[in-house]
Design a protein around this ligand. Sequence first.
Ligand SMILES: Nc1ncnc2c1ncn2[C@@H]1O[C@H](COP(=O)(O)OP(=O)(O)OP(=O)(O)O)[C@@H](O)[C@H]1O
Ligand SMILES: [Mg+2]
Length: 299
Amino acid sequence: MYGVTLLTKQEVIKVTINSLLSTEPVASQIETTILKKGIHMADRNGVEINVKNLTHRYTSKTPLTFDNVDMQAEPGESLVIIGRSGCGKSTLLHIIAGLLGGYNGTVQINNKDVKEASSKWIMMFQAPHLFPWMTVEQNVGTGLRFAGWSKDRIRERVNEAISLVHMEENAKKNTQDLSGGQQQRVALARSLVMEPEMLLLDEPFSALDAFTRASLQKDVRAISKQLGFNIVMVTHDIDEAVIMADRTLIMAGSPGKMMHDLRVDLPDPRNREDKDVRAKRLELMETFNQAAGSLAGGH
Ligand SMILES: Nc1ncnc2c1ncn2[C@@H]1O[C@H](COP(=O)(O)OP(=O)(O)OP(=O)(O)O)[C@@H](O)[C@H]1O
Ligand SMILES: [Mg+2]
């Protein structure tokens, strides 16, 4: 199902031992080994996103939500959108996910117009929306049961997703007995079983404590790179943007506009104490303040 499972146990052990003897990161060695086996990472799960001249308003009586928004992403890329409250970030996510229409402009995934939602494009919100009376395993397998999968196939894929989010020890527990961070991990595993091409995250960690948030940020980014899917994430937290993004998009104003597109070219794993991470955070903060200031001055 997933990238690493394309390798045998011996191959993974070999890659891990090689990594101890080399300066090349483990993830890139796994990638190289998968490529040598003839499986192309980019072909596996990601999508190309193309948004052009997107303009939206909720009703004829309401002002524009945003105006002439452009946005592109390569397969497997992680985009993080930051912007002040009300500039249209959640609306933009809903449109990209095919959950909201009534706009002008083009929204294409893999060069096809987005006309409806897809089970491969999954939204995650601040609240995990689990079934509290079900176990972790049952929650994670819900989508596959609806899709009519056999019990054995469900068990195999559910176990795989649960181990990706490091929840093996809680697999038999009811989700109401878990912490908020653990519940978000279950929601993530429930998304992963559907083999997403694109994960759309609307401030998913903002209700969590700092430690839990930091470990989920790292894990979600690592899993997206391991499995090759895109991330489109909205946040108010500039640290989170630097930890999670390949590129950050800064929105500002009302109606919202795309003001800046900043690449975050930092090696993984990223820690907020790292010098380069702190420097990037500062750059992003300055750009963000300038963007907000330039629009405020223009009105
Ligand atoms: N269903 C709706 N009907 C009418 N107007 C709406 C609706 N949903 C949102 N809006 C308005 O559209 C604008 C953008 O809302 P949106 O939720 O996309 O902003 P946001 O950038 O996600 O804000 P926040 O950071 O507070 O979550 C706001 O002015 C909001 O009041
Ligand atoms: Mg929002």
